[in-house]
Design a binder for this molecule. Structure first.
Ligand SMILES: [Zn+2]
Length: 143
């Protein structure tokens, strides 16, 4: 990890943090004491599976990533600062939990439904933050 990265803050600190390798992201989950399932993010008001209020529930940090379900190329930015075109996908990050994410790939030809993605940090030095991006798990990523 470089000195510069340690000063960066997560864009969404309740969702993820930089992993020990300084590039991957760990996601924050919470494990329900009633049904045992995990919910995301860790600060959800109740278990997304059984509705338990999650009082004193165990918080978990797990390597971010999951299974790519479907994806689409966006030709206009959805939010300010988002590059276009970019690829947005639905990713199953845990059993029963599907989140939308931005996938770092040149085009859709390197993607297929069912492939495994992992979460990495997209550093935005000007803002002093890093955002979450997904890359194919077997891809060699150059920051
Ligand atoms: Zn539950």
């Amino acid at each position: 990890m470089t000195e510069q990265q340690t000063t960066l803050k997560p864009l969404h600190p309740t969702l993820y943090e930089l992993a020990e390798d300084g590039h991957s992201l760990d996601f924050f989950f919470v494990q329900c004491g009633a049904c045992g399932a995990v919910s995301f993010p860790a600060n959800v008001p109740g278990c997304t599976h059984c509705g338990d209020p999650l009082v004193d529930a165990q918080k978990l940090s797990r390597p971010g990533g999951g299974e790519l379900l479907e994806y689409v190329t966006l030709h206009v930015p959805l939010v300010p600062g988002m590059a276009a075109p970019s690829i947005a996908g639905d990713i199953r990050i845990a059993d029963g939990i599907v989140e939308e994410g931005v996938i770092w790939a040149n085009d859709e030809t390197s993607l297929r439904p069912g492939m495994t993605l992992r979460a990495v940090a997209e550093v935005r030095e000007a803002q002093g933050v890093y955002a979450c991006r997904f890359v194919p798990a077997d891809a060699k990523v150059t920051p």
